[in-house]
Design a protein around this ligand. Structure first.
Ligand code: PMP
Length: 367
């Protein structure tokens, strides 16, 4: 009997496979990536050393990432029983949607926020709902106005990707206070370590105090361990129990656990990365402001990237191609309604000088 093709679930039909940014030039040469918000300084030397030692690929990893959860708990003053690790924070964002939303439910987030929220909603059959932003920033009133009886999960990236914008603590608390108690608020703090010391959106405090708040973090950004795929989430024991039930049993590799354990102890590397990012981001934004009369505008960023809007004669796509010619990949997100924008990761001083040079010469300014 002829075999029929299996039928895809209808809610999967709306999902488009992830399209990574360009990584090679037309002539086949590899581009330097300023497109994935990685740390240009790499990772802590002690994390590299940890990766090189005690490697036993034949053995399964610790399924509970016990030592790593203990270290994260110690660093943040959180009971490790309230922490779960994931294959990047991506996995945990998906599990949060899967654990609490399904067909007929709504998953809410702001326009111009992290692309995974839409996919996480669709993967579990829920309906993604996008609230309007205000000038590329999440708008608490608009989010609250979009809540319905079917809202089960609300995602907030803070700082946000791809805009770099940030909601201060009072706004995050106002969002939480306005949500129904049975809707889960997921505060995605992938870029939280780039905030200045003392700057704090209160997400971890909310997650400790309320049954309906989950905070996610990652080792992919400031810790420079994106290739190892390690994220973590914290919330009440009930929430963590739900994620533990549905996660993969060995979801964080042994090398990832070891590297993260070493990385978390290297405070100097973190401070150095934050400082370098702050300086280069400031310099880059000032250079873009200098091109304001050509219609370039930098959205204020608290993260390790800047979204540049092209509101004059120079098209984002022209800039994308010229930057690629100069050897760099940056992110163009036309599918997310950002056809006239580029998101550029903050790289080293030399790399930023080259990007600035390309943009200045495209604008007819001395490079
Ligand atoms: N949240 C946000 C806002 C991000 O930008 C990213 C990475 N692009 C992630 C989560 C996921 O990162 P990872 O899975 O590497 O932890």
């Amino acid at each position: 009997m002829a075999k029929q093709a299996p039928t895809m679930k209808p809610w999967i039909e709306g999902i488009h496979a992830y399209v990574p940014g360009k990584s090679t030039r037309a002539d086949g040469r590899r581009l330097v990536k300023l497109s994935a918000n990685e740390n240009p300084l790499g990772c802590s030397a002690s994390a590299l050393a940890a990766l090189a030692t005690d490697h036993v690929p034949a053995a399964y990893p610790d399924p509970d990432a016990t030592a790593l959860r203990a270290a994260i708990g110690k660093q943040h003053g959180i009971d490790p029983a309230r922490i779960v690790c994931g294959t990047g924070s991506d996995e945990l964002l998906n599990l949060a949607a899967q654990g609490f939303a399904g067909p007929g439910d709504e998953v809410l987030f702001s326009r111009f926020s992290f692309a995974v929220y839409d996919i996480a909603a669709r993967r579990c059959g829920a309906t993604p709902v996008e609230a309007p932003d205000t000038d590329y920033t999440a708008d608490v009133d608009a989010l609250l106005a979009a809540v319905t009886q079917r809202t089960r999960v609300v995602f907030l990236a803070n700082p946000n990707n791809p805009t770099g914008t940030y909601l201060p603590r009072a706004e995050v608390e106002r969002l939480h206070a306005g949500l129904p108690g049975d809707a889960l608020l997921v505060i995605d703090q992938a870029y939280a370590e780039y905030l200045e010391p003392g700057e704090n959106d209160g997400g971890l405090d909310l997650a400790m105090a309320h049954e309906n708040v989950l905070v996610t973090r990652t080792f992919s950004k400031i810790y420079g361990l994106a290739g190892e795929r390690i994220g973590w989430a914290t919330g009440t024991p009930n929430l963590i129990d739900v994620l533990n039930r549905i996660r993969g049993p060995f979801n964080v590799t042994s090398s990832g656990q070891r590297a993260a354990l070493a990385a978390i102890a290297d405070h100097a590397f973190l401070a150095r990365s934050r400082e370098a990012n702050r300086e280069e981001r400031k310099r880059f934004i000032a250079a873009i402001e200098g091109l304001g009369n050509h219609g370039l505008r930098a959205i204020p960023s608290k993260a390790n990237f800047v979204l540049i809007l092209f509101e004059g004669d120079l098209a984002a796509e022209t800039a994308l191609d010229a930057i690629a010619e100069a050897g760099y990949a940056v992110r163009h997100l036309p599918g997310q309604g950002l056809a006239q924008a580029l998101r550029i990761t903050i790289g080293t001083a030399n790399q930023m000088d080259e990007i600035i040079g390309v943009l200045r010469s495209l604008c007819g300014e001395d490079a």
